[in-house]
Design a protein around this ligand. Structure first.
Ligand code: ADP
Ligand code: MG
Length: 243
């Protein structure tokens, strides 16, 4: 079943510092299956955040059509922004509670805090958290409403390698426990190979799909850096234009 059907004919912004329009996205089509984990890889400024904002319904100023879920139902979307955006005057748990809908249970939050290894920090204020912990809070916040679709915009940028690895592992645990469709933006090919069922490579403006590849590595091998690196080398060898 297709969960997200994207068909953007064009998305323009007013051009910076000159008259006219900047064509950010043109003739962009992508279908994402239910419970599929798709990574979007593309250069900085190519339009990835713009795309997620459109899929999230935050930006309606485009020509085209986005369908999420079945027309009859209203799918829930969780969005992890590039910056954690926590309120400094609220504790970890309060930051999560603020984002959730009435029907989400506090048991659910407790379970998520447990999985993300933050239970003992739930009453702490954001200023005492490391960046890795703040990003984990942002992920819990997005998960707390049990979303059908999770949008993630470079959520692990500027984490040191061991922390990024840990949080990736926690994310995949969560995804396997609670299946849902993920659109994950990154410019790190190793990260994409580690996480994705399918990687979609994007061009710079106007953003289009250059190539799609399936990642055939078993989930049980995804924490093996040598396996990831061998896959990356082979991919870049076969398709040097992706470098
Ligand atoms: P990415 O997330 O891939 O780095 P963005 O989606 O943020 O790229 O931006 C895509 C392009 O659109 C860039 O050229 C950027 O400068 C431009 N852009 C993004 N937001 C705006 C805006 N609000 N006004 C004008 N131009 C914008
Ligand atoms: Mg961006």
């Amino acid at each position: 079943m297709i969960m997200i059907a994207i068909n953007i004919k064009s998305k323009t912004y007013p051009a910076k510092g000159r008259a006219g329009q900047h064509l950010a996205i043109a003739n962009f089509k992508l279908a994402v299956n239910a419970n599929e984990f798709v990574c979007l890889v593309g250069p900085s400024g190519c339009g990835k955040t713009t795309l997620l904002n459109i899929v999230a319904g935050l930006d309606r100023d485009y020509d085209g059509e986005i369908n999420v879920g079945e027309v009859q139902t209203q799918p829930k979307i969780g969005y992890v922004f590039q910056n954690p955006r926590l309120l400094p005057w609220r504790t970890v748990k309060e930051n999560i509670e603020l984002a959730i809908e009435d029907n989400a249970s506090s048991e659910n939050i407790d379970a998520l805090l447990e999985v993300m290894q933050l239970a003992q920090f739930q009453h702490v204020y954001p200023e005492s958290l490391s960046l890795g912990m703040s990003r984990r809070v942002a992920i819990i916040r997005a998960f707390a409403n049990n979303p059908d679709v999770l949008l993630m915009d470079e959520p692990f940028v500027s984490l040191d390698a061991p922390t990024a690895r840990q949080v990736r592992g926690l994310l995949i645990n969560l995804w396997q426990q609670r299946p849902h469709t993920v659109l994950f933006v990154t410019h790190d090919l190793r990260e994409a190979i580690t996480l994705a069922d399918r990687i979609v490579f994007l061009s710079s403006a106007p953003m289009q799909v250059i190539r799609e590849i399936k990642v055939s590595i078993a989930r049980s091998d995804r924490d093996n850096e040598q396996v990831i690196e061998a896959f990356r080398q082979q991919l870049l060898h076969d398709q040097p234009e992706l470098k």
